[in-house]
Design a protein around this ligand. Structure first.
Ligand code: A3P
Length: 287
């Protein structure tokens, strides 16, 4: 199917029709955050499902029941997806959600409530590789074409939720003060217990070292890959075909080195650097 048939256009952003509707996007726009809500905002393929595993465990002191009994999409729903309306009233407090929205499309209640945001960023080269394989398995996304063609599509922002640089820029310049915390996928891969401790402190949870260690074990790539409530094996093959690629595919830093030619690296780096050249923040990795 063509991109036109598969995507909705929402404020200039491509959004998959299979998972989103104008009603669900309106629901997100009008959403009323509660003071104790937590939302992890993640550009697609940067660790969203990982946060759907982590947040309930941090918020409930390491009780494994939700991650063993509730599929990730209902446990920590996407703010802007169709299922939110069905599950939002069933969420235990404090409620945890995820979102792919840029900052300017957050509902006004993000400003008037005391809800907290964790923004997770990943090296865009690895994001692009992960996205390329995801497009191969996801029946609700267009065929990515060749790796080189997909690189252009990605750099032009003709992918779900738009350009990576626009997303990052929007979330690096918020007025949320100490209600937003910035996390990187790389930090989580390199030292998950330390990343969990930083997040739990931000969320005001005083978790013991052994609880953090237990949560880290249950949120490891290997454990999540075996958890049918988190590995998308419950989703019919026509939507996610695990014979073509795995949702929990590699879970590493730097897989781009296995896929980018020197020319592609130079092209990619130059576009990203140019788009960020006037920004006041620096990226935590060299491109
Ligand atoms: P790869 O395709 O590089 O393996 P999202 O949930 O935003 O779509 O992101 C998916 C990416 O996060 C995939 O990257 C997936 O493997 C990775 N991921 C999910 N859980 C992870 C974990 N526990 N450890 C490391 N990476 C994880």
């Amino acid at each position: 199917m063509s991109s036109e048939e598969l995507y909705l256009l929402y404020h200039g952003l491509l959004v998959p029709k299979e998972t989103h509707s104008l009603e669900s996007l309106k629901f997100a726009q009008d959403f009323t955050f509660k003071d104790d809500d937590v939302v992890a905002v993640v550009y697609p393929k940067s660790g969203t499902v990982w946060m759907q595993e982590i947040l309930p465990l941090l918020l409930n002191g390491g009780d494994l029941t939700p991650i063993h009994t509730i599929p990730n999409w209902d446990r920590v729903p996407w703010l802007e997806e169709k299922r939110i309306e069905l599950v939002v009233d069933k969420l235990a407090s404090p409620r945890a959600m995820v979102s792919h929205l840029p900052y300017q499309l957050m509902p006004p209640s993000i400003h008037t409530s005391k809800a907290k945001v964790i923004y997770v960023m990943r090296n865009p080269k690895d994001v692009m590789v992960s996205s390329y394989f995801f497009h191969q398995m996801a029946g609700f996304l267009p065929d990515p074409g060749t790796f080189d063609e997909f690189m252009n599509t990605f750099l032009e922002g003709k992918v779900l939720f738009g350009k990576w640089t626009d997303h990052v820029k929007s979330w690096k310049q918020t007025e949320l003060g100490d209600r937003i915390m910035h996390m990187t996928y790389e930090e989580m891969v390199q030292d998950l217990p330390a990343a969990l401790k930083r997040m739990s402190d931000f969320l005001g949870r005083d978790l013991r070292e052994e609880t953090i260690q237990k949560i880290a074990e249950h949120c490891s790539f290997k454990t999540m890959k075996d958890n049918s409530m988190s590995n998308f094996s419950l989703v019919p093959k026509m939507y996610l075909d695990h014979d073509k690629s795995q949702f929990l595919r590699k879970g590493v830093i730097g897989d781009w080195k296995n896929h980018f030619s020197p020319e592609q690296r130079a092209r990619f780096t130059s576009v990203i650097q140019k788009e960020l050249e006037n920004e006041s923040f620096t990226l935590p990795w060299s491109l």
